[in-house]
Design a protein around this ligand. Structure first.
Ligand code: NCD
Ligand code: ZN
Length: 326
């Protein structure tokens, strides 16, 4: 429920990898330039369909949040849209034209309109403070928005902290996505030993107790929590560089690794809800049914998919994706 497919050659290379193992995904709009009007959204969706070929896969499209979207525009695009994604300005990859300051009066017209049209708001919730505190510092903004717009579904994207889990449980209209990597790693894995550029992402991985809190709600498939991989491919040379791009690529390995994780914690019964059913209820979507068969048995994680290094490259997973039936 949070996927970066990019555009151009990268789109052609990564989209089939998601389309093979998933029946749909919420597609992030942080292209250059970002997806901000109907033509851009429809033509991007067409390029996605083109890239996935014959696979059954629904790209659930999003617009890049702007305060000047008006009622007529959003009504005209409502049927082609699943959500709107808000980035604070400059907080992550391609978010320069995001929101500055979070003035409720300024946000009111569009958020009232979104509430009325039932368009969920996905938020990359980080302040521009100290990197480890950014998500926690953003929580008062989530609380302010959740209170001021009680009929707006707000998705706290890729939560990484115990504090976000608390906020989620406190406000009825807050929901969250959780990535695979934030369930698996802490900051120690990124920077505690040799620096691991392929584990560098925004929000940065946090403390062990934060990971514990995320595991608690993910493994129990808390109904307000959904899997969102935030699979974010960057070419190898932009990761293995003095200025490393933020983003971890997990799309083709996410399901076997999640299965391994849920099995380790005796929670396999909750995997379906975490990966799929919760999201269908929260977003009110019904993707085409697709059966994915996972089998116990070693899978070698490739060193590269095209030009992109996946998480856990060269390692093994104890579950294998073997057959897919439509
Ligand atoms: C994402 C990207 O590369 O587009 N990067 C990341 O570290 N997660 C953007 C985002 O979701 O923040
Ligand atoms: Zn993302």
């Amino acid at each position: 429920m949070h996927l970066h497919l990019r555009d151009g050659e990268m789109l052609d290379s990564v989209a089939p990898l998601s389309a093979k193992y998933f029946s749909g995904a919420i597609i992030m709009p942080n292209l250059i330039p970002p997806v901000t009007d109907k033509d851009m959204l429809i033509s991007y969706r067409d390029r996605i369909y083109n890239a996935i070929g014959d696979e059954v896969f629904e790209p659930y499209m999003t617009l890049f949040f702007k305060t000047d979207y008006d009622y007529d525009f959003l009504k005209s695009i409502r049927d082609d849209l699943t959500a709107i994604k808000l980035y604070p300005a400059g907080i992550t990859t391609n978010s320069e034209s995001g929101v500055e300051g979070f003035d409720i009066d300024e946000l009111k017209p569009i958020l009232d309109t979104m509430s009325e049209l039932g368009i969920p708001l996905c938020i990359h919730g980080e302040s521009n403070g100290f990197v480890m505190d950014r998500e926690a510092e953003f929580i008062p903004i989530y609380e302010k928005l959740a209170t001021a717009f009680p009929n707006l579904k707000i998705i706290m994207e890729h939560i990484t902290t115990a504090k976000s889990v608390e906020a989620l449980e406190k406000y009825e209209n807050l929901y969250a996505t959780i990535t695979l990597h934030h369930l698996m790693i802490t900051l120690d894995d990124v920077a505690g030993g040799m620096l691991k550029p392929h584990l560098f992402c925004k929000p940065i991985a946090k403390r062990p107790e934060d990971r514990e809190a995320l595991l608690r709600v993910a493994l129990s498939a808390h109904p307000k929590v959904m899997f969102g991989s935030d699979s974010a491919p960057h070419p190898k040379h932009t990761k293995e560089a003095p200025g490393c791009a933020a983003g971890i690529f997990t799309a083709p390995i996410a399901l076997p690794l999640l299965t391994e994780l849920f099995e380790k914690h005796n929670s396999l019964d909750n995997l379906q809800n975490f990966v799929s059913t919760n999201a269908q209820k929260i977003y009110n979507i019904t993707p085409t049914k697709k059966q994915v068969v996972l089998e116990k048995g070693d899978m070698d994680i490739p060193l590269l998919y095209g030009d992109v290094v996946p998480m856990m490259a060269g390692k093994k997973c104890s579950w294998n994706l073997i057959t897919l039936r439509a």
